[in-house]
Design a protein. Structure first.
Ligand code: ATP
Ligand code: MG
Length: 318
């Protein structure tokens, strides 16, 4: 039998003013997994998380943690859940150590134990040399890591990470990803939200894709990517002024092309054994008096899954 640590039943949130931010969310999070919510800005991810931990009262539905219903500020939540909110929240005038100790105190962690955890977390998140620096003197990426440490100081069974890594440089992001990926081995269950398909793919055992408050699919990233179709993908950029729609239609008529469409200013074609088809693709474009400026080769991504489901791109600004 699968052991579920969190279960939501028909969660719904209608904000004052009438906006339905979460429509009917029923999910079961398995103990020890990394469960990802992937969706664009405004999809309802933060709203869903806040309802799950009792920070926001659902319009309808409920959440169970270890079979017990979540009530606002209940002891269950305090003992079992750690939250790393989307907006970094710190006491700017306190040092890193003081921030962590203050939180340990709130969670009623015995002092010596709190000190030990504080030192260990600062070490693990590569902040040990900033232990005595005030939070306001940290860089954005350091603040984000301190915030993560603060969410872990009560050693919760379940950790909710609302957008773990926006604004981090790629290297810091990697360090954070490795750290997050290791947390289940230490006995934690993780729920994270992100609008970054790579992050969701890399970290999650299972991904729930949500859009406009609705759960669209829920499965392992590998299975979701396989569901989009066979073949690899070539993304073609053309010179300005080219008729991309027409190019996509022309490609569709070729036998070896599985599908072709226009996404984010590129013609995206799916074909088996794409690399070996490249010369033919170039030749075909040339015959149509056009020129390819850039080619990207890749396998399926969760972005493809999102586009397949919604007809829109997930990435901001595209
Ligand atoms: N307190 C609020 N009152 C009214 N509407 C709200 C409130 N908070 C969020 N919303 C709206 O609910 C919808 C979902 O917002 P939410 O913050 O849950 O999205 P999100 O998926 O977390 O987005 P992001 O990726 O930008 O963090 C949005 O349309 C937002 O404007
Ligand atoms: Mg959010």
């Amino acid at each position: 039998m699968v052991d579920h640590v969190i279960e939501t039943e028909h969660l719904k949130m209608i904000y004052p003013g009438g906006l339905e931010a979460v429509k009917d969310l029923s999910i079961k999070v398995r103990r020890g997994e990394v469960f990802g919510f992937l969706g664009p800005n405004g999809a309802g991810k933060t709203t869903a998380l806040n309802m799950m931990v009792g920070l926001l009262k659902p319009t309808k539905g409920r959440t169970l943690i270890d079979g017990e219903e979540v009530k606002p500020w209940s002891r269950t939540v305090k003992e079992k859940i750690g939250i790393v909110p989307q907006e970094t929240i710190l006491w700017e005038n306190l040092t890193c150590t003081e921030n962590l100790m203050l939180l340990a105190n709130l969670y009623e962690v015995p002092k010596e134990e709190g000190q030990a955890r504080t030192a260990r977390l600062l070490e693990e998140l590569q902040l040990a040399d900033k232990a005595d620096a005030r939070a306001k003197a940290l860089s954005g990426g350091m603040k984000r890591r301190l915030n993560l440490a603060m969410g872990l100081v009560n050693e919760p069974d379940v950790i909710l990470l609302d957008e773990p890594s926006p604004g981090l440089d790629p290297q810091t992001r990697r360090v954070l990803w490795e750290y997050i990926a290791d947390l289940p081995k230490k006995g934690h269950t993780l729920i994270l939200t992100t609008h970054d398909m790579d992050e969701a793919d890399y970290l999650s055992d299972r991904v729930a894709i949500i859009d406009n408050g609705e759960l669209l699919v829920l499965d392992e990233p590998r299975k979701l990517k396989a569901s989009v179709g066979e073949g690899d993908v070539l993304e073609l950029a053309f010179d300005e002024g080219a008729d991309l729609q027409k190019a996509a239609e022309d490609f569709t008529s070729l036998g070896y092309i599985i599908s072709a469409n226009v996404t984010a200013g590129r013609v995206v074609i799916r074909t088996k054994d794409a690399m070996s088809r490249l010369p033919e693709v170039f030749e075909f474009v040339k015959e149509h008096d056009s020129e390819i400026r850039d080619v990207r080769y890749r396998g399926n991504t969760l972005e493809d899954v999102f586009i397949d489901l919604t007809g829109r791109a997930l990435r901001d600004g595209d």
